[in-house]
Design a protein around this ligand. Structure first.
Ligand SMILES: Cc1cc2nc3c(=O)[nH]c(=O)nc-3n(C[C@H](O)[C@H](O)[C@H](O)COP(=O)(O)OP(=O)(O)OC[C@H]3O[C@@H](n4cnc5c(N)ncnc54)[C@H](O)[C@@H]3O)c2cc1C
Length: 408
């Protein structure tokens, strides 16, 4: 005899949403989380205002904004639970929101409103919530009942949903629990790696640029060979250790160790043409002319590296101007690494989608589901990761309810 119809482990974005939905569909649900505080990642997300979805997600081709070994895996869930549906839920709960940039929707008030909404949805589904509660072991009996041993005792159910997220930000409860459960049940895991993360550069190589810390500007950034090339037009931020800002976070998810990234600091300008024309009409210093096209700190740093350009632009050698233009429009640099899980917004990789159903998120082990960030599906910056959490949770809850016969 089971105590519950489903046990959801991990009460973050995906787990809370799945538990509430499944409960409202008639399942007796237990939701377990080891953290003291509820849904810390939602609370700190979007600078405290939770970028909870993205209106630009293309429901006919949602995979465009996601990466993973099988980019098409996320299509089914994302097209069956859309941003419009989550927005309708947010509106039903009276949460005010606004669009900031490129379809990104944020709460007007604190992100706690989204947590309260998810908790209210769980209450509406009569979800039992054990938190903080440590999970010690999961086992399955011959009659396919899962036993989940916890610090509050053993709970039994025919279904277990793993929603424990990735490795990012261990200081607020992230753990490798989901990958360990996958391995225990013989499922494959795509090696996890930090994504949406600032990139770092080796000490000496970075020395000429360390003085630019704090400088932010719009750039075009790209990485990858012809076939796999990915590019973003976004803001970049120089830091003491390397590069950050939305442009770099986005490209970091595609960057592979040892590969260079290329940055165009003047994406809207034909920089070589502009310098050649300045040479014909101006007697200003080259750095001052360049400063009309890019921020002056950047202009000083770039011109400072070319001794033959320490003079008025009309005296600048053509070859040196061409070299300067090349450096500004196609600066190629190879990161030595990233800031790692301490700073990464998400973890790429995760439970291998070859071992999961894209329709239901059930694994090849009957009754064992994986949803949210623990799966090898990673969204772009801008609300896509939460949308994946909601959509995968929804697909899982629907599937569990469809296969469930309510007790009389
Ligand atoms: C600083 C920051 C800002 C972000 N901002 C945004 C944003 O604005 N928009 C967006 O779309 N995405 C954002 N993200 C990403 C987003 O937060 C995650 O992708 C999303 O929360 C994943 O949902 P999840 O439910 O899979 O995992 P999580 O929300 O991480 O939840 C996992 C839960 O599992 C629990 N858990 C872990 N291990 C165990 C265990 N062993 N036993 C029991 N419980 C366990 C954790 O305590 C946690 O509550 C941000 C991430 C960070 C770090």
């Amino acid at each position: 005899m089971s105590d519950f119809d489903a046990i959801v482990i991990g009460a973050g974005a995906a787990g809370l949403f799945c538990a509430g939905q499944a409960g409202q569909l008639g399942l007796r649900v237990l939701l377990v989380d080891h953290s003291e505080r509820i849904a810390e990642k939602i609370r700190i997300s979007g600078g405290g205002r939770a970028n909870f979805t993205n209106r630009d997600l293309d429901v006919r081709a949602p995979q465009r904004h996601f990466i993973g070994d099988n980019p098409n895996f996320c299509r089914s869930a994302l097209s069956r639970y859309t941003p419009a549906q989550f927005i309708a839920l947010v509106e039903r709960h009276g949460i005010a929101y606004h669009e900031k940039h490129k379809g990104q929707l944020f709460c007007d008030g604190p992100s706690q409103q989204i947590i309260d909404m998810l908790l209210a949805e769980c209450a509406a589904g009569s979800v039992t919530h054990w938190q903080p509660c440590r999970v010690d072991a999961i086992s399955r009996t011959a009659d396919s009942t899962f036993h989940v041993d916890t610090s509050r005792g053993t709970a039994r159910a025919p279904r277990v949903v793993i929603a424990t997220g990735g490795l990012s930000i261990p200081q607020i409860g992230a753990s490798d629990f989901g990958y360990r459960v996958a391995a225990q049940f013989g499922l494959r895991v795509v090696a996890p790696r930090p994504a949406l993360v600032p990139l770092t550069f080796g000490g000496d190589a970075w020395a000429p640029y360390a003085g630019l810390a704090g400088l932010a500007l719009p750039v075009r950034i790209q990485t990858g060979e012809k076939k796999t090339r990915m590019a973003f037009l976004e803001d970049l931020l120089f830091t003491h250790r390397g590069l950050s800002g939305p442009a770099v976070l986005q490209i970091s998810s595609y960057w592979r160790a040892g590969a260079p990234i290329t940055i165009d600091f003047a994406p809207d300008t034909e920089i070589h043409d502009a310098l050649v024309s300045a040479k014909q009409r101006s007697r200003k210093l080259t750095a001052n002319e360049l400063a009309t096209l890019v921020p002056s700190r950047l202009a000083d740093a770039w011109v400072g590296q070319l001794p033959s350009l320490q003079r008025p632009i009309n005296e600048a050698p053509d070859r040196a101007l061409a070299e300067l233009a090349e450096r500004v429009a196609r600066w190629q640099i190879t990161p030595s690494g990233s800031e790692g899980y301490k700073k990464a917004e998400v973890t790429a990789g995760g439970v291998d989608t070859r071992d999961l159903s894209s329709q239901t998120l059930e694994s090849t082990q009957r009754g064992l589901y994986f949803i949210g960030e623990v799966v090898d599906v990673t969204g772009w910056l801008g609300g896509y990761n939460f949308q994946w959490a909601w959509a995968s949770a929804h697909a899982c809850a629907q599937a569990m309810a469809a296969g469930h016969t309510p007790a009389l």
